[in-house]
Design a protein around this ligand. Sequence first.
Ligand SMILES: *Cc1c(COP(=O)(O)O)cnc(C)c1O
Length: 535
Amino acid sequence: MMKRNTLPQQPTLVADWQTLTRTFIRPENEAAKSTLIKYMEQILFGLHDFLKTHVGFTEEISLKELATQFTNSLISKNPEKKLTEVITDLIEDIAPHAVNVASPYFVGHMTSAIPFFMVHLKTIVAALNQNVVKIETSKVVSIVEKQVMAKIHRLIFQKSDRFYDEHIQNAGTTLGCFAENGTLANITALWVARNSLLAPKKGFSGVEKEGIAAAYKAYGIDRCVVLVSKRGHYSFNKAGGLLGIGNQNIIAVDVDKKHKMDLNRLTETIKELKSSSNKTSILAIVGIAGTTETGSVDPLAKLGEICAENSIHFHVDAAWGGPTLMSGKYRRLLHGIEHADSVIIDGHKQFYMPMSCGMVYFKDPTIMDVVTYHANYVNRPGSVDLGIKSLSGSREANSLILDSALKIMGSRGYALLIEHGIETARKFAEEIQKRHNFQLVTTPELNILTYRLYPSHMKQETRVDEKLNEINRKVQRLQREAGHSFISRTTFREPNRLGQDIVVLRCVIMNPMTTIKILQEILDEQEKIYQENFI
Ligand SMILES: *Cc1c(COP(=O)(O)O)cnc(C)c1O
């Protein structure tokens, strides 16, 4: 990278029609081809070794320093480099400064190792370059997508054979929809809920057409709200903004000690809203199946009941926890999810797909009619074009990856991964509790837990939180910078201790290569960093 700045390339390459047509269809020559094969072979058949050797080793270059090497805003007129050089640069220069999320010591985020075959599947999807927005650019691929959506729908809602026979390839109904990520999937779910609530009626042609001001007038209300636990993902706030209901109307309901939505607080909130002078409609109640910070699962069955009683759209955000449904052993943790009107699951999380894939599913296969769009040149009425009911336009065939992966893994294969995560998290929690200088803050329900350094000599003192916060912030940062392992951190504002923030370390266990021994090493390292810096 340094070279690029100090020694500009001689302009020996030219973009002419002849080289362009060659560049478009094949490598330059046999030598170039063998360079490409060398790297691609490592990636395709030795992915995990490749990542270990090439990605994120820590020669300590700061982000700031790196930024000084990428300050060129000019597109060169002629080619700067040949394909082989560019690929070599990517692997030799860029990859080392990327993050090795596949390391079993990287347990801080929901992005981790993926099975090597995912790269093969992704390559094939890129090679076919289908666009599932419409049948004319995807044909069988759209049909495969409908099939895989039925598989996931069935995993969630467990409807009858007859139901799936009727809808699996029905051009008029839809069981769900793929999106680029969980954020867009949540937005889609609330978009559908909004349009269902503020539907067309006599003298009003619906919120989608007339907008939010006309809708509130037609329905005689002042505002719409969404109720979600305080641990809800911030994508709901984006949805509030985008859908015109305002993100201050995404109301955060307090959580109980286990970080699950507090049902008493929820019923009180509903009561308050009903009696408020501000005429308010509840657009949806959201249950989270695996919160981003703590992995807690809201009381879904109870939420389902409350929604049914009050005719409120029940949305479940299972972006993280959804695939737990494949484990016979732990499926019960998501008990009640089948009552949801909509559910989202991320493919790039616990389906172990490459970045990125979101999905939203609906219990009622006709509910997406409220977001139908047609265009004259695509998505004509009556066609099976998947773009008719979808927030995204053009979109890659992620369904091919998911469908193939389900075949390769089987639900049992996925269950083993999920169970490994949950059980390793439990062992880790026990380990933390055994150590005098640590405190387990949230017990893992799924495979996420939080804890903090809490040196034993401080356990007698009072008002230690600020000091502990400083310790935990610093230890987390120093451990990340040392580059052997990574645990993330988050901050809880404790409801009972007004305004007192608690900084915690957050551990997400999804990599099957992460063992309890590795986690012990991570704790050892944290203890060592603490002792070196605070004693
Ligand atoms: C990750 C996550 C999301 C958002 O998903 P993206 O794919 O990052 O957009 C939403 N909700 C929960 C609970 C999540 O864990």
